[in-house]
Design a protein around this ligand. Structure first.
Ligand SMILES: NC(=O)c1ccc[n+]([C@@H]2O[C@H](COP(=O)([O-])OP(=O)(O)OC[C@H]3O[C@@H](n4cnc5c(N)ncnc54)[C@H](OP(=O)(O)O)[C@@H]3O)[C@@H](O)[C@H]2O)c1
Length: 300
């Protein structure tokens, strides 16, 4: 009898880093709903021995890195805690990617698109920033760490880098962009790219499962202004909502770090997802659906 070979395909096993975080929680729920083999960890990313130990113990095929120093109550914190921010967002993120590389594990990094600001070549209403455009926003130390680490990490052939912006959940979680702007005393009114998690997180799983790598702008197509979001929220969810605007100059007086405002070009993402039969709604439509889900769930 001749020798026969059996090809063994390993079942996917997902390990979510930053297990106690907001986006990590959404990823876990989604993967569980999909019946996937999912684990979480809160091991510090910069602790190389502990990271390698966790990878050996759990044996994931895919790491979803949703860990990162985002600052509390907001990114202003990073201005006064630069070493701690570097330890997580630079040393930790690189260490985890490198450990995954050495163990041949696919690593999805939940990164940020808040590394750009509108400029002459990308004015309001003009073309969005491409994945290949160099970062041009250094107004906050948080963004600086994220932009620098992306420049390096994109050279790892096991890493998928997803640039989220102003993520929104279907509830009023304090970290969701909508919750934040409904609570501020004043809001600016600038069109931006946003990430509706219900639309985008299944896409992250799809891309990871298919072993995609490289950088993707990870938002719904298009840009929407703060007033457009609030108007839609008032019309669909909370008729009593009122708000006051202020200018970027006035905003600058009440925050320590600058805030990025930009539109990202989502062509690369949309084309790739089409290969897998997955579409993402344009941001205005996406918000309408999101608020209708909220209303349907009794959120006021
Ligand atoms: N929410 C946003 O607006 C937004 C926008 C774009 C991109 N992102 C990125 O998406 C990722 C997840 O964001 P999120 O909103 O879910 O943030 P989050 O709720 O603050 O969760 C981040 C988690 O990462 C953990 N963490 C921080 N440093 C770590 C380290 N060195 N090692 C291991 N765990 C560490 C935190 O734990 P501790 O609290 O114990 O430190 C926390 O549980 C972050 O990288 C963030 O930069 C977020």
């Amino acid at each position: 009898m001749g020798a026969s070979s059996t090809k063994v395909t390993r079942q996917h096993r997902f390990l979510i880093w930053g297990g106690d975080g907001w986006i990590a929680g959404h990823l876990k729920t989604l993967l569980e709903k999909q019946g996937k083999d999912v684990h979480t960890t809160t091991v510090r990313m910069e602790d190389r021995e502990a990271v390698l130990g966790e990878l050996i113990r759990i044996q994931p095929t895919h790491v979803l890195n949703a860990a990162g120093c985002t600052g509390r109550p907001n990114v202003d914190w990073c201005e006064d805690h630069k070493e701690a921010t570097i330890r997580s967002n630079v040393i930790g993120t690189l260490n985890l990617a490198d450990c995954c590389f050495l163990r041949r594990i696919h690593c999805t990094v939940f990164a940020t698109g808040c590394i750009y600001q509108y400029d002459e070549a990308h004015p309001l209403g003009g073309p969005g920033f491409l994945e290949s455009d160099p970062a041009n926003f250094a107004g906050s130390f948080y963004s600086v760490t994220k932009a620098h680490v992306e420049e390096i990490i994109k050279h790892y052939n096991n890493c998928l880098i997803l640039r989220l912006r102003m993520p929104v959940s279907d509830d009023l979680h304090p970290r969701s962009f909508v919750t934040k702007i409904t609570k501020y005393e004043h809001v600016v009114d600038i069109p931006n790219s946003h990430t509706i998690l219900t639309d985008l997180l299944p896409a992250a799983v799809l891309l990871a499962e298919h072993g995609e790598v490289g950088v993707y702008n990870f938002t719904n197509p298009g840009a929407i202004s703060h007033n457009e979001v609030l108007t839609l929220f008032r019309d669909v969810v909370r008729p009593s909502l009122t708000w006051k605007n202020f200018s970027v100059e006035e905003q600058a007086k009440v925050i320590k770090a600058g805030r990025s405002n930009c539109k990202l070009d989502t062509t690369k993402l949309v084309v790739k997802l089409k290969e897998y039969g997955y579409g993402i709604p344009e941001i205005h439509e996406a918000y309408r659906r999101c608020f209708e889900r909220m209303k349907g769930a009794g959120i006021k």
